[in-house]
Unconditional design. Structure first.
Lengths: 196, 192
């Protein structure tokens, strides 16, 4: 059984994602700055899935140390701080970037055109396997990933074949249809799909 | 976090600081809690784990659900299903933690890349696998030819202090004895 640390699990995307992964054969470690909020998410998951292995944890570094896969469900602006905390314990592990680096008015990106939030995270965590996923799905989609009898597509981008395979399985567990879009630079396209 | 690992590495092959940093980039640090599995029978073993802190065991389960412990992994030891790791066949062993543990893990892909790019890592691997082979041969010889008392003493020499950390029935399982027989032997040895 793989252990997944979800950083920012009390946010709308983080909690929706945690809940959808609780259906799978994963052990979930939920973390966020506010432990009470994340405990409430864990309790809510336990209510829906009594056998799910889910735990709220207050230390991001500890959670990532235990984890096989790390999901960064945090805004782009918080990536640097998170990376400094987890760099050593995230080495060689899959780190999923779900952020869209939108500006304050949600009509443009704060990243330069020749980069993306995922690529910036990869620079901050050079020895981890960063994969872009779940950024083209809204928090509301997690409740109903099947639209018109078809599972909604969820795009993935990354440079490591084995990591892409693992993340595809995770996306499928969450109820979506995984589509590998290409290498990590494709994140630029995936992230700009979310502008209003 | 990797102190013991590099101490062990340097005792076999001396590394410069740069080489150490190069290897660090390939190592996965993993904490595992008591009773959690690192590997389950039937899965392919894709890593070698070095025990930085804690204790694990590798064991098989027979058709009557009896557990047979093949190896303990204490601090400074390496634990894996080498057959599965090297051949890609499903693992025949389970590996789980007997205590909360901290591991330094080398994944199959990291292992292969290091083998190709770093001769010192290749030497380290050769020495490790040679050591594992010798240990296995010693264990085999001991099982088929030594008296039970000698075997218990060999075991204690190999794993000092283990009796304080691991339940007796597991030691009996490792030795292929019933717990009752092991208890009799320990009494006989201590009365000598």
């Amino acid at each position: 059984m793989q252990t997944i640390a979800i950083i920012g699990a009390s946010g709308s995307m983080g909690s929706a994602l945690s809940k959808s992964l609780a259906k799978g054969n994963y052990r979930l470690l939920l973390c966020a700055n506010d432990l009470d909020k994340v405990k409430a998410v864990a309790a809510d998951i336990k209510k829906s899935y009594p056998t799910a292995e889910v735990e709220a944890i207050d230390c991001t570094r500890e959670a990532c140390w235990e984890a096989d896969i790390i999901i960064a469900a945090i805004p782009f602006g918080a990536e640097q701080e998170m990376a400094d905390k987890i760099r050593e314990v995230a080495t060689q592990k899959i780190v999923i970037s779900i952020a869209n680096p939108l500006n304050d008015t949600y009509d443009g990106l704060v990243t330069a055109p020749d980069t993306s939030a995922a690529e910036e995270l990869q620079k901050l965590l050079p020895n981890s396997k960063v994969v872009k996923a779940f950024n083209t799905t809204f928090a509301a989609d997690f409740a109903t990933p099947v639209i018109d009898g078809k599972r909604a597509d969820a795009f993935i981008a990354g440079n490591d074949g084995e990591a892409l395979q693992t993340v595809s399985e995770l996306v499928e567990t969450a109820g979506f249809n995984p589509v590998v879009a290409g290498g990590l630079t494709v994140s630029r396209t995936l992230e700009s799909m979310q502008q209003c | 976090m990797y102190n013991l690992f590099f101490q062990h590495f340097n005792s076999k092959v001396q590394l410069t600081e740069d080489e150490q940093a190069h290897i660090k980039a390939y190592l996965t640090l993993k904490k595992i809690r008591k009773k959690q599995y690192l590997l389950q029978e039937g899965d392919v073993c894709k890593m070698i784990a070095f025990v930085e802190k804690g204790a694990l065991r590798a064991y098989s389960v027979d058709e009557n659900s009896n557990e047979h412990i093949i190896q303990f992994g204490l601090e400074g030891w390496t634990i894996s299903d080498l057959f599965s790791f090297l051949t890609g066949e499903p693992a025949t062993y389970n590996i789980d933690a007997l205590e909360d543990s901290e591991l330094v893990i080398i994944s199959k892909s990291a292992h292969e890349e290091l083998l190709q790019t770093m001769p010192k890592y290749e030497t380290f691997t050769r020495l490790n696998i040679t050591g594992a082979y010798l240990a296995m041969q010693r264990r085999l010889t001991s099982i088929i030819s030594a008296s039970v008392e000698e075997r218990y003493q060999d075991f204690i020499a190999l794993y000092p202090h283990i009796a304080q950390r691991v339940p007796q029935h597991m030691i009996a399982s490792y030795m292929g004895l019933t717990p009752e027989t092991l208890s009799r032997i320990r009494k006989r040895i201590s009365s000598k």
